[in-house]
Design a protein around this ligand. Structure first.
Ligand code: CMP
Length: 155
């Protein structure tokens, strides 16, 4: 099963949308392998958003991401990286289709509620950036036999 990193951003925290967003991930059949709240510092955010350094929105992005605590999660499931990205929808909430998290709850390009890793390689690096191995938990959801067919469970 793949693991992907999710960050529920300060707008999700301050708008009281944590429960709704986490419920969507859970109801999809994804497993929460790790979950914690923390206020992120400049250093880890500069590393996390290194590919956006120099872009005009970068200073605003740092200010936004440090404006309140965030909730970080490791989400696990078959093809979890793609599945979670699809649940989020595209970056700009105004263009995100109805039915996606950004499409249903947001109006902004910056304040887009949720971050999810964009590839398996990125997910590995991002999980390791935000979580120590002992913070990631192995357990089985009770509904696995009715969420996945037998031949899908081993993947
Ligand atoms: P995400 O795709 O998770 O990671 C980069 C973040 O930068 C993105 O979410 C938005 O929060 C923000 N972002 C991306 N593009 C813009 C933009 N054009 N203007 C403001 N913020 C942006």
């Amino acid at each position: 099963m793949e693991q992907t990193l999710v960050i529920l951003k300060p707008d999700a925290v301050r708008r009281g949308l944590l429960g709704e967003i986490i419920a969507r991930l859970e109801r999809k059949g994804l497993r929460i392998a790790a979950l914690k709240m923390a206020r992120l510092g400049d250093e880890i955010l500069r590393e996390h958003y290194a590919h956006h350094a120099g872009k005009p929105f970068f200073p605003g992005l740092l200010a936004f991401m440090t404006s309140s605590p965030v909730v970080m999660m490791v989400i696990e499931g078959l093809d979890a990286v793609t599945v979670v990205r699809d649940l989020c929808g595209p970056t700009n909430c105004r263009k995100a289709p109805a039915g996606t998290i950004r499409g249903d709850y947001g109006m902004s390009q910056q304040m887009n509620l949720i971050h999810a890793s964009d590839s398996l390689a990125t997910a590995r690096a991002e999980v390791a950036r935000f979580f120590r191995a002992e913070e990631i938990h192995a357990y089985d959801r009770a509904d696995v036999p009715v969420v996945y067919a037998a031949d899908e469970r081993g993947h």
